[in-house]
Design a binder for this molecule. Structure first.
Ligand code: AHM
Ligand code: MG
Length: 333
């Protein structure tokens, strides 16, 4: 029997062009995810459930584990010498690398605990991250405003029945399962490909009355099943955790949507999900697995960000389905 391939081994052997400091940074990210996984798994016993009693910059209530996971990332990564700055959902502004530590070549954006409303009900949650090159000179919030097509690595860690790290360095997508006995992430899902055409969608249907016409048309047609224009029956799943929902779609196909809607628009929000640490990294993973990621009107990876916590509509998954939703958007305009 072949011995299992570790994360580091796969990074070093599958893409020999990766700079050693990027490999080291990804290894540190894996280590942070391992710590968060342990906290999530111990749940109430670790005293990490419940509200933190604070709000993030977007006015959303923070869970204790949102704040703790953010601290885990900072503690694990800031001294490594590989980073020039860090930005996350839970911090109003970027976190500069303290002067006592060496400045590195990369920037990281992350959502330390995505889907955190699932924590207290023992549902799946995850960490999402995106790594890009740091520009020369001083680093500030604007240094992070790079389109997703400039990411050098994107990934997530899903904390569910097993913890899984799924990542890309621009050379396909690999999945690694955390072996709790050795503490190592081991390659279990090499070269993940999202099926091109499937019959499953993932959207929060509680917002149906707020949807714009193109999304309503796509879902209405899917719901008509074999009697409608799609000529086949569709299934629906919504975990309420982008990591859980997108992971399922990477594994077996389908389309994930958190689209623009009338309610979000009335609140001056282009979408709910954030570009730099949710939509962009998930978009890169989806494309690297052969799928597509769009707002309905443009490719997510081509959006030039204008602020750190910018929100965008998200439609991603199997290529044929995303193309269809896109075509309904162009017909409507
Ligand atoms: P969070 O980063 O504050 O956890 O919010 C993002 C989450 C996604 O994981 C999920 O797809 C979405 O919010 C669910 O939102 P809703 O409760 O509106 O369905
Ligand atoms: Mg999130």
């Amino acid at each position: 029997m072949n011995s299992p391939v570790s994360l580091k081994q796969q990074l070093l052997t599958s893409n020999s062009d990766l700079p050693p400091n990027l490999v080291a940074l990804i290894d540190d990210v894996a280590s942070a995810c391992r710590n968060i996984s342990a906290l999530v798994t111990r749940g109430a016993m670790a005293g990490v459930l419940g509200d933190a009693g604070s709000e993030n910059v977007q006015g959303e209530g923070q869970k204790k584990l949102d704040v703790i996971s953010n601290d885990v990332f900072i503690d694990k990564l800031q001294w490594s010498g590989n980073l020039a700055g860090m930005a996350s959902e839970e911090m109003d502004d970027m976190h500069p690398i303290p002067a006592a530590f060496t400045r590195g070549d990369y920037l990281i954006t992350f959502d330390p605990l995505d889907g955190s409303s699932n924590i207290d009900v023992n549902g799946s949650v995850g960490t999402i991250f995106s790594i890009m090159q740091a520009p020369a000179g001083d680093v500030n919030n604007s240094s992070f405003l790079q389109p997703g097509n400039r990411q050098v690595c994107a990934g997530y860690c899903l904390y569910s029945s097993a913890s899984m790290l799924v990542l890309t360095t621009g050379n396909g997508v690999d999945g690694f399962t955390l072996d709790v006995s050795s503490g190592e992430f081991l390659l279990t899902h090499a070269d993940i490909r999202v099926p091109a055409e499937t019959s499953e969608f993932s959207i929060n249907a509680a917002y149906t009355r707020h949807w714009f016409a193109p999304v309503k048309r796509y879902i209405d047609e899917a719901l008509l099943g074999s009697e409608g224009p799609r000529g086949r029956n569709f299934n629906m799943r919504w975990a309420g955790s982008m990591v859980g929902d997108v992971h399922r779609i990477l594994m077996r196909g389908g389309v994930f949507m958190y689209p623009a809607d009338k309610k979000l628009a009335a609140d001056n929000k282009a979408g709910k999900l954030r570009l730099l640490y949710e939509a962009s990294p998930m978009g890169m993973l989806m494309e690297q697995a052969g799928g597509l990621a769009s707002t309905g009107n443009e490719r997510i990876l081509d959006i030039q960000p204008d602020s750190l916590h910018q929100r965008v509509p998200v439609i991603m998954g199997s290529a044929t389905e995303v193309e269809l939703v896109d075509s309904y958007h162009s017909e409507a305009s």
